[in-house]
Design a protein around this ligand. Structure first.
Ligand SMILES: Cc1cc2nc3c(=O)[nH]c(=O)nc-3n(C[C@H](O)[C@H](O)[C@H](O)COP(=O)(O)O)c2cc1C
Length: 450
């Protein structure tokens, strides 16, 4: 019996990718609840483990410091607040896991703990948190500073935020709520405790105002690719999301992360790695290639560059666009930068050509017939590059509709994807244990502490 894969769906709370809104099968109604209800039902009908909403706290100002390219080409904006969108999606589903991206840089532990515990209760254990440190100066500028703190400082704050947030989640014992009408005792005060967390970046007293939630901690997701990002992910994440320009680099990443997890005293099998896969599928390989070319034609040549500049947090117009991409010292999203460098060097591309490619890139070579895509996904699993995939839509809802109509049945026929849900919580879908109270101690970086 082959190993079954985990499937997550990467979907913006707004238009997709660089020019996804221009696709004839894109629904322009991304500001309306019916759009998200439709996608949620669709994903649940195909037994997806998770819907995942990326986010950033700014309209990108990646080229020449202006937000014009983002607005004019519909790249990286608008973005609705993920929690509101997930609430709508939770209302029409029973199993689908639902993850929001929330930044450790610009939220306080108390907000994070309360929002996510509330959503975990109201979705009956389906909440997930994509933990990000934010990657653009434009985000810092919306919160009163001219620049993002350097990466190490961002991860130092993230570590404290996670420790404090997890302790807030643990501040109520699972059985603290009594509600005994006869005795008049509502809650057992001995089973609720203060947190009194005091760090260099964040402090909080606690306890939280929300009792411990069905999953204990929501599903914790991370996508850091720098050494500090990988260590942080290896300590805290249940699911790791990444993006690669080749099977070889995906295998290296997978091996490296699982080793880091083990070095941290955690069970590598309790961490799932999902590379991004932008799938373009049609009945035949030739039709799928033609579809991908037609999609690439929709991308304004500079819109891809603007998106790349946004992801690396470097205004690339300061360089000669017809020269190769230079080595950039500190970039926004290390994972995307590594993927781009690998591809651009292999193909010998200029910055301009790299930007054009980036606007319509399809990670993981997932363009083809359902058989080709299933073969490829099976290969990634077999070779130790993936525990499943984060399916990225080029446009919504069309790309997920096609994936579900064409690829999912092929995966199911091969025994690579489940045909029904076996659990109810997001953690159960990924085969992950529910963290007990104080599980944070096993994940935290306690070096230098008692
Ligand atoms: C595939 C992928 C998706 C990501 N999605 C987001 C996102 O939605 N929002 C965000 O702020 N950061 C996102 N990131 C950024 C990272 O989670 C991380 O915070 C950032 O890359 C800095 O860490 P690093 O230097 O270790 O990579 C993403 C990264 C990757 C590789």
């Amino acid at each position: 019996m082959p190993q079954t894969m985990h499937l997550a769906a990467f979907m913006n709370a707004g238009p997709m990718g660089t020019s996804g809104w221009r696709h004839p099968d894109a629904d322009p109604a991304f500001l309306s609840p019916s759009y998200y209800r439709h996608v949620a039902r669709l994903l649940e009908s195909a037994c997806f483990d998770l819907a995942f909403i990326p986010d950033a706290l700014a309209v990108p100002r990646s080229l020449g410091g202006s937000f014009r390219p983002a607005v004019e080409w519909g790249s990286g904006t608008p973005r609705l607040d993920p929690m509101g969108v997930l609430g709508v999606m939770a209302g029409v589903t029973e199993h689908l896991g639902l993850a929001a991206t929330l930044s450790t840089g610009y939220h306080e532990p108390w907000h994070l703990a309360r929002t996510l515990a509330t959503f975990d209760h109201l979705s009956e254990g389906r909440a997930g948190w994509n933990i990000v440190t934010s990657f653009q100066d434009a985000e810092a500028q919306n919160f009163g500073s001219p620049r993002l703190p350097p990466r190490e400082a961002r991860y130092a704050r993230a570590e404290e935020v996670l420790q404090a947030t997890a302790q807030l989640w643990d501040s109520w014992q699972d059985d603290a709520l009594i509600q005994d009408r006869t005795s008049g005792i509502f809650g057992d005060a001995d089973k609720v405790r203060a947190v009194n967390y005091s760090g260099q970046h964040v402090s909080t007293q606690g306890p939280l105002s929300v009792p411990r939630s069905p999953q204990g901690y929501p599903l914790l997701i991370q996508a850091g690719a720098s050494p500090s990002g990988r260590d942080f992910a290896a300590r805290w994440a249940d699911v790791i999301f990444c993006s690669h320009a080749s099977l070889a680099s995906a295998i290296d990443f997978y091996r490296d992360i699982k080793q880091r997890v083990a070095r941290h005293g955690r069970d590598p099998a309790q961490v799932r790695i999902l590379p991004a896969a932008t799938v373009v599928v049609a009945e035949t390989d030739a039709e799928a290639q033609a579809k991908h070319r037609a999609f690439a034609e929709l991308v304004h040549p500079l819109a891809g560059l603007s998106r790349l500049a946004y992801h690396v947090n470097v205004d690339l117009t300061q360089y000669d666009l017809d020269a190769p991409l230079p080595d950039l010292e500190e970039v926004g999203v290390q994972g995307h930068y590594e993927e781009v460098l690998e591809f651009a060097r292999r193909e010998n591309l200029s910055i301009r050509e790299t930007g054009r490619w980036y606007g319509a890139r399809t990670e993981g070579d997932m363009v083809g017939s359902p058989q080709t895509i299933a073969d490829n996904m099976a290969l990634w699993l077999e070779k130790g590059a993936a525990d499943g995939f984060m399916i990225q839509a080029t446009h919504l809802p069309g790309a997920f509709e096609e994936f579900i109509q064409l690829v999912v049945p092929e995966l199911q026929r091969r025994g690579l994807h489940k045909t029904e849900y076996h659990g109810t919580t997001a953690r159960e879908h990924f085969g992950l244990a529910r963290p007990g109270r104080d599980a944070w101690r096993q994940r935290a970086d306690l070096r230098g502490k008692q």
